[in-house]
Design a protein around this ligand. Structure first.
Ligand SMILES: Nc1ncnc2c1ncn2[C@@H]1O[C@H](COP(=O)(O)OP(=O)(O)O)[C@@H](O)[C@H]1O
Ligand SMILES: [Mg+2]
Length: 262
């Protein structure tokens, strides 16, 4: 059986007047239904561009993207808009509407759909319950912590009952405690709702914590992919090796041995 999300030989460049920046150079990915799949790489590697090509917020130059039986890259504008509603997205900077309450933020995608007021109320209450923010229904984003803001972002992303969730550095602006809580929440959502999650991250700990599989993206090319365990234990790519080195460095610091080893 073929994978649920398939990216085939994807290319994307950005053209300015004087130059062409080739950002994605032939990406192939196979992501199974229900997986939490990590895409790790340094800043500028092309991670955000890659996820944005998956839901065509960016148009790829060439290559194909499939989700289930649907070729995303072949959809017309209308069909794409409809399909995209079932692809949730969360961001590092949360992208909430500051002038709207938590309730209104989460309800927003449903109001676009023309869902009835009563139904919206029911669904938003359930979502706020799921993300642990039932008591913040009438609060404004400005009064929330980073972790709480991301919970609103997650609830909003789930409003249309997506089968795929794209997470672009969703924990990168959070403190370590909130990061762990949000990762636990994403794992719970994956488990309870069966949503396939693509986790973009520049933090190996994040991938290690919740991803079944990872791909390492380096300068627009996937240099390594496999089970998180294999990549983490014995990275082959230079990015993977650097990630692991840095991870170990920090661990050593945390052990308070003064940097002199174990
Ligand atoms: N909309 C855009 N227009 C022009 N260049 C872009 C655009 N988006 C991304 N880029 C360029 O693509 C490269 C990869 O960026 P990005 O996908 O954001 O990387 P990452 O998410 O891994 O940090 C960078 O060189 C960036 O400047
Ligand atoms: Mg990015």
């Amino acid at each position: 059986m073929s994978a649920y999300i398939r990216v085939e030989n994807l290319y994307k460049s950005f053209k300015t007047k004087n130059e062409v920046n080739q950002v994605l150079k032939g990406i192939d990915l196979n992501i199974e239904k229900g997986e939490i799949y990590g895409i790790v790489g340094f800043s500028g590697a092309g991670k955000s561009t890659l996820v944005r090509c998956i839901n065509r917020l960016e148009e790829p130059d060439s290559g194909k993207v499939w989700i289930g039986d649907t070729e995303i890259t072949a959809l017309g504008k209308r069909q794409l808009t409809a399909r995209r509603r079932k692809i949730g997205m969360i961001f590092q900077q949360f992208n909430l509407f500051d002038s709207m309450t938590v309730f209104k933020n989460v309800a927003y995608p449903l109001t676009l759909e023309g869902v009835s007021k009563k139904e919206i109320e029911k669904r938003v209450d359930k979502l706020l319950e799921l993300v642990g923010l039932a008591d913040k229904k009438n609060a404004y984003p400005g009064s929330l912590s980073g972790g709480q803001k991301q919970r609103v972002g997650i609830a909003r992303a789930l409003a249309n009952e997506p089968d795929v969730l794209l997470s672009d550095e969703a924990t990168s602006a959070l403190d370590p405690v909130s990061t762990l809580a949000i990762l636990d929440l994403l794992e719970q959502i994956n488990d309870e709702l069966g949503v396939t999650i693509i986790m973009i991250t520049h933090e190996l700990e994040v991938a290690k914590r919740i991803c079944n599989k990872v791909a390492v993206l380096e300068n627009g090319v996937i240099t390594e992919k496999g089970s998180t365990r294999d990549v983490f234990l014995d990275p082959k790519s230079s990015t993977g090796k650097i990630f692991l080195e840095v991870y170990k460095e920090f661990r050593q610091d945390y052990s308070f041995t003064g940097g002199g080893g174990i």
